[in-house]
Design a protein around this ligand. Sequence first.
Ligand code: F3S
Length: 396
Amino acid sequence: MRLTDEERSLLDGAAGQAAKKAMQILVALGDIYGAEDLVPVRSVQVSGVSFHNLGEAGLEWLESMAVDGRVRAVTTLNPAGMDLEEWRAQGIDPGFAERQLRLVAAYTRMGIAPTCTCTPYLVGNLPGPGEHVAWAESSAVAYANSVLGARTNREGGPSALAAALTGRTPRYGLHLDAHRVPEVEVVIEAELASTAAWGALGRVIGKRAGTRVALLRTRARPSVAELKSLGASVVTFGGSPLFFLEGLTPAPGTRPTDSIVVQATDLEGAIAELSDGKDEIDLVALGCPHASLEELAELARMLDGRTVEKETWVCTARPTKLAAEKLGIVAAIERSGARVMADTCFAVTPLESRRGATIATDSAKGAYYASGHNKLRVHLGTVQDCVNAAVTGRWR
Ligand code: F3S
């Protein structure tokens, strides 16, 4: 791979051991994927934050990188394994909390903003169309490519951190025009009226289009919440982290020859495949991907004057929660008994003690991780379905 003089000096260790290690990771990746050079990036999203997933070895590695590693791009962080401030109320073990806080502190020493969210685009890490970035976190990667029009591969934790510490990423895959061409048309005849429906669509696309880049044709005009849900789901179920939505994402003029039609029965089937919960639910989880201020306000309206019967979590980014607190939205939600949690989500926090419990969620990605990763049973439905379940304790 071609390297500039500056990149060579980073590789030689002129800027310290962490930058040297980061360049080694990028060069190795570039060689594997046949990149000709590195492309500068000003925006990075790093994953690999939950101590639940990283463990002691990951913590040790990050602390060694934080000795002299410092970022060269605006860098934000994925959710952690707990609410960093209210972990005691969450029932987190103090030993776990101590390690989780050390982990986030190591990232912060490197200059990474401890946003702890999967929606960096809602909290100030917002690249423009055509901009090369290096993002990890599949839902955010799909949003960056498909909604914002930025260019990123689906980075892993180490490669995203390497990009942050060097301000560069190998130029291959979705950084290249040749890989940003629609390969299959998806004609959506079904009505899409909820985050759950858009999530179900993501599952249908992932399963039927596979890794091909999809051009979505629909009359529906999705909200930010629905686009978040779609992006999270497409990649979770095996789809490409780039899709074009007609009328939203600027696409090259070429039309794919292959076509898929999505009917209402396809979405119903996808929802049914993801739902195996008991009638009585144990936990309601909303905010996957992390809820926006608008979603929190809507939820406060839905919960107004009601009391939840079952434990209800609403996950969001800390900056979004702070804004919602100032507006009285968090207090309005929590008056019902629901809890607004920042920095984490139910897929990355320890939930072993709840195995077999039934969770209600509006997120197809959340449903997948709840059943696979955390061995929970699931009901997937609209936010209103989930609110009703929280209040009555039963699904529908
Ligand atoms: Fe975000 Fe967790 Fe869902 S990281 S996309 S809230 S599984």
